[in-house]
Design a binder for this molecule. Structure first.
Ligand code: NAG
Ligand code: NAG
Ligand code: NAG
Ligand code: NAG
Ligand code: NAG
Ligand code: NAG
Length: 461
């Protein structure tokens, strides 16, 4: 009897974990003008030990390059197509026929996301159309017997109105009924996953005084947080964030939907005014997240001990054409030339002692001092002069000193005039959200570019 019981237990365990195993894969973003080809990328993805790759679309060259490999692939319906697909089964069918059918099964397409962080990044009208579009895509897949492909959509943490304490996790009231409930219903019915983008870097960087860096990097030995309502004790910020989503789903009546980490990671560099973006922290975070998520038996989170959490690190490459602050262009495990930014093994098989020592972090404290915003050397002259005009047209004498006869007119060069204009514009408008980026034409510097009687305005931190 005892033996029989054990046997049953064993069978049950092997069934429940059999369907999905722990793995860590990588997000293959393509927003760079200097990235390796899809064919070269396959070799790099394999060398990283990734079991799964997620792309932001359905680039046929990438889908073709991954054929006959063991790597699972996640593809995506772009946000822009959601409304039309939600209105037309025919369009859903044709999307699946041109983007999935020709590549399956040689390419192991296993996940299909309808939209990327739609609620965070696309107009409101699209939000309630996500689930209808997912249903139509699912139905098209069914027609082709592509039942192995799980359909979902990805969500960032900002779909929650409360995430602290984790037991208080609550979806935003404006989306709970029209978007989240139908989503959770769909995921339950189709046994799919809630795809979650989770970056402890951002809450830590926004409040490094209250949150310990070690806690954000899974390095905390003495800092823990006990949720006063659930009494669960947390040793890292990642678990806290994931569990806030678990509790939010539970609150809506869906306690069992599995979570798939669609993106997580830490920037290896950033702008001068961005704290903690460095190789040391990025390597530490990503190595620790891999260790946690590939552990056998699975660790799970405090609210879901032992649960398997399939995951994807962001990102394969540093992508030089991503807009926004510098960190956005520095989430890569690899440089665009294919070399590693730091040692990393997504299979979790390499112990930390198997990696080269890391450079000491230089920016774990907030930067204090002045920063200027300069044109980058070798920038496209046409684009630079329109950026100069834009900066100068934003009023309040931004560009007076570079007019003829004024102290910053000489040297009369596009580079120096643009640099003055960028610094002046940024120092005036940073408070209202202006950035020192200008589509990659500008960069921050801590070195005062002023000369003679020409004083460049600066931002002071
Ligand atoms: C959606 O459909 C409308 C009407 O047919 C069309 O004008 C529009 O270009 C389509 N949008 C996209 C992104 O394909
Ligand atoms: C719990 O979440 C609600 C919003 O959903 C918020 O108003 C409240 O302050 C949160 N409680 C705590 C203790 O943070
Ligand atoms: C935790 O340990 C670190 C390093 O040993 C120390 O600097 C820090 O003050 C400790 N924090 C607490 C809350 O004890
Ligand atoms: C690749 O690029 C990085 C960053 O620019 C550089 O440090 C490294 O030396 C390059 N490696 C090779 C092999 O060119
Ligand atoms: C320079 O920028 C202009 C306008 O932004 C663009 O049309 C042109 O193609 C660019 N030239 C090069 C060489 O990238
Ligand atoms: C220009 O400066 C004035 C006075 O400092 C201020 O009230 C106004 O909002 C500024 N205009 C712009 C476009 O920032």
């Amino acid at each position: 009897m005892g033996l029989l019981h054990l046997h049953f237990l064993f069978l049950f365990l092997s069934f429940s974990s059999g369907e999905i195993s722990s793995f860590v894969g990588v997000n293959y973003g393509e927003l760079g003008n200097n990235l390796p080809s899809p064919k070269q990328s396959v070799g790099l993805v394999q060398s990283l030990g990734a079991k799964c790759v997620k792309i932001y679309g359905a680039n046929p060259d990438i889908l073709d390059a991954f054929k006959d490999t063991n790597i699972q692939v996640s593809i995506m319906v772009p946000n822009e197509l959601i409304i039309n697909i939600s209105n037309s089964q025919k369009l859903a069918d044709s999307w699946v026929e041109s983007n999935v059918v020709p590549f399956f099964s040689k390419t192991k397409i296993r996940y299909l996301l309808v939209g990327n962080e739609v609620v965070s990044s696309s107009p409101k009208q699209i939000w309630p159309r996500i689930i209808p579009a997912m249903r139509k895509i699912k139905s098209s897949l069914k027609t082709h017997s592509l039942n192995k492909i799980k359909v979902s959509t990805s969500m960032a943490m900002d779909v929650l109105e409360s995430s602290f304490p984790p037991s208080n996790g609550t979806f935003r009231s404006d989306i709970a009924d029209p978007v989240v409930k139908p989503l959770l219903q769909f995921l339950t019915r189709t046994k799919s996953f809630y795809f979650l983008d989770v970056y402890p870097y951002f809450p830590w960087a926004a409040d490094p005084k209250s949150i310990s860096l070690d806690y954000a990097l899974f390095e905390s030995r003495n800092v823990t947080y006990t949720d006063p309502v659930s009494s669960l004790t947390y040793t890292n910020l990642f678990d806290q964030m994931v569990d806030s989503v678990v509790f939010a789903m539970k609150r809506l009546g869906y306690p069992d939907i599995r979570i798939f980490i669609a993106e997580t990671g830490w920037p290896n560099a950033g702008d001068i005014d961005q704290i903690g973006a460095n190789v040391y922290n990025a390597a530490t975070y990503n190595r620790n997240v891999v260790k946690k998520l590939t552990a056998k038996p699975a660790i799970g989170t405090p609210a879901r001990p032992g649960w398997v959490i399939p995951s994807l690190v962001f990102a394969l490459y540093n992508e030089n054409q991503k807009p926004g602050p510098g960190t956005e262009r520095h989430f890569g495990l690899l440089y665009p030339n294919g070399s590693y930014v730091y040692g990393i093994d997504l299979s979790g098989k390499t112990p930390d002692s198997g990696f080269e020592p890391l450079p000491k972090p230089g920016n774990n404290e907030p930067y204090k001092g002045k920063i200027w915003c300069m044109a980058v050397g070798g920038a496209n002259a046409t684009a630079l002069s329109s950026a100069l005009s834009y900066a100068c047209s934003q009023g309040n004498k931004t560009c007076d000193p570079i007019q003829p006869g004024k102290p910053c007119f000489k040297p009369d060069s596009l580079f120096w005039h643009a640099s003055y204009a960028f610094s002046s514009y940024w120092s005036q408008f940073k408070k209202s959200g202006a950035t020192c980026y200008f589509n990659g034409l500008a960069t921050q510097t801590a070195k005062d570019p002023s000369f003679g009687h020409c004083k460049f305005p600066s931002v002071t931190l």
